[in-house]
Write a protein that binds this ligand. Structure first.
Ligand code: NDP
Ligand code: MG
Length: 395
């Protein structure tokens, strides 16, 4: 029968890479190793229909009702069940599966991913915003359900591969690497004038638009700091960030005896996705083998939070705790969307987040742990509204 696989966000960059690996496994005659049972998209009905016709899942979900007819027409005559809207998306998370790839972008993925976690099976987590906006709640649900959470974000996947979780007192530090993005050497003045097209042109990784902008502002690394803190139960001072432009060393763990264990590989998301899909085994992935001689040099630099304030904002939010990471994440999602819409300049993304966090800081209950999804979504909604107001003033 093969492993029953759901992909939440199958039409995105991670979703498509996951499907391509599954096709690769079939070509390698690992026939029947994987059985796609459920796929979801937000608005790309045409691509979802194409995937459904190819992989024949039991259930497909499209969130946006405006595009539903395209999906219905293209799947007419098949026995693939179609769901439309948010509730159907949450049902997709709960659809019986052995492995669920959480690859929706943003806090929109929280509820379907929690539904996936509740099944108590294996969840591959790319959708880092789930952990940023609801870290404590999310990890509590992982423990309660007995789910095996397999990090797909390349840095966290690297740490997962080299970290001995059982002997935590032997670990001194987690070291996250960052490519530094396209603006690594830009001055603050240059950063003020970068265009949407420049920011979307990442030097190493090909990814969805939102994470590409996050990588350019270094907020991606800020979100990953928070993600690592919840995933591996470490405080912010136990996690370092270093810039490594070649993106070969995906992250490291430093032990008390001075040993530093790294996971390396070509910068290709199919490696961490394959690791999660096949865990606890390994599967073949059509990734360019790492050639260190050809690579010639690996460089490492200290990050600069003066030019890239997103790093400091994320660290502050993690240290404050409570709703601060939720608010940071929501404000970032709105500010990135506004930058992509060319409503605000690049450096206003961090300015907007800073300003939203400041508006919440004196609020009673802001630093208290969030106890329910409702509380998370309430802070998320209010932070989005606050960010919209700041943006209309900036614009
Ligand atoms: P994409 O933008 O390429 O894809 C996002 C997917 O989520 C699409 O299937 C999209 O559907 C769907 N989606 C978007 N908005 C919603 C919504 N509101 N409700 C339901 N579904 C939605 O993103 P990526 O694949 O690049 O990234 C996905 C996640 O993985 C992000 O959290 C990102 O940070 C993380 N990640 C990505 C990496 C990468 O290399 N791409 C690396 C490490 C982490 P539609 O196509 O219809 O819009
Ligand atoms: Mg990453």
């Amino acid at each position: 029968m093969g492993k029953r696989i759901t992909i939440l966000g199958s039409t995105g960059s991670i979703g498509e890479s996951t499907l391509s690996l599954i096709s690769h496994a079939e070509q390698m005659s690992e026939d029947g190793a994987f059985n796609i049972v459920c796929l979801t998209a937000h608005s790309n009905a045409a691509k979802l229909a194409e995937q459904a016709l190819k992989y024949q899942p039991e259930y497909v979900v499209l969130v946006k009702p405006e595009n539903a007819q395209i999906l219905k027409d293209r799947l007419a005559g098949t026995d693939i069940k179609i769901g439309i809207g948010r509730e159907a998306l949450i049902d997709a998370g709960a659809w019986r599966a052995d492995f669920i790839m959480a690859a929706i972008v943003g806090a929109a993925g929280l509820e379907p991913t929690l539904a996936a976690v509740a099944q108590g099976k294996h969840v591959g987590l790319a959708n880092k915003e789930c952990l940023v906006c609801a870290g404590d709640l999310f990890m509590t649900e992982v423990k309660r359900s007995g789910t095996t959470l397999l990090p797909v974000d390349s840095e966290h996947n690297a740490i997962f591969q080299v970290l001995n979780q059982e002997r935590r007192q032997e670990v001194r530090k987690l070291i996250l690497t960052a490519s530094g993005g396209p603006f690594r050497e830009f001055t603050t003045t240059q950063l003020a004038n970068v265009t949407r097209a420049q920011a979307l042109n990442h030097p190493v990784w090909e990814m969805g638009a939102k994470i590409t902008i996050d990588s350019a502002s270094l907020m991606n690394k800020g979100l990953e700091l928070i993600e690592a803190s919840y995933l591996f139960d470490r405080s912010s001072d136990e996690i370092d960030i270093i810039i490594h432009p070649q993106s070969i060393v995906h992250s490291m763990v430093e032990y008390v005896d001075g040993s530093v264990l790294a996971q390396m590989g070509s910068p290709d998301m199919r490696t961490p996705i394959a690791y999660a899909l096949a865990w606890p085994c390994r599967m073949s992935a059509p990734v360019k083998p790492l050639d260190l001689v050809e690579m010639n040099k690996l460089e490492f630099f200290a990050p600069d939070s003066e030019r890239f304030p997103a790093l400091r904002l994320a660290r502050d939010a993690l240290d404050i705790g409570g709703a601060a990471p939720t608010v940071l994440n929501a404000a970032n999602e709105i500010a990135v969307a506004a930058f992509l819409d060319e409503q605000i300049p690049f450096n206003s993304i961090s300015a907007c987040i800073d300003s939203v966090l400041n508006s919440f800081i004196s609020e009673q209950g802001f630093t208290k742990p969030l106890k329910s999804v409702k509380e998370v979504l309430d802070f998320d909604t209010r932070a989005r509204q606050c960010a919209q107001i700041k943006i209309s003033k900036l614009g």
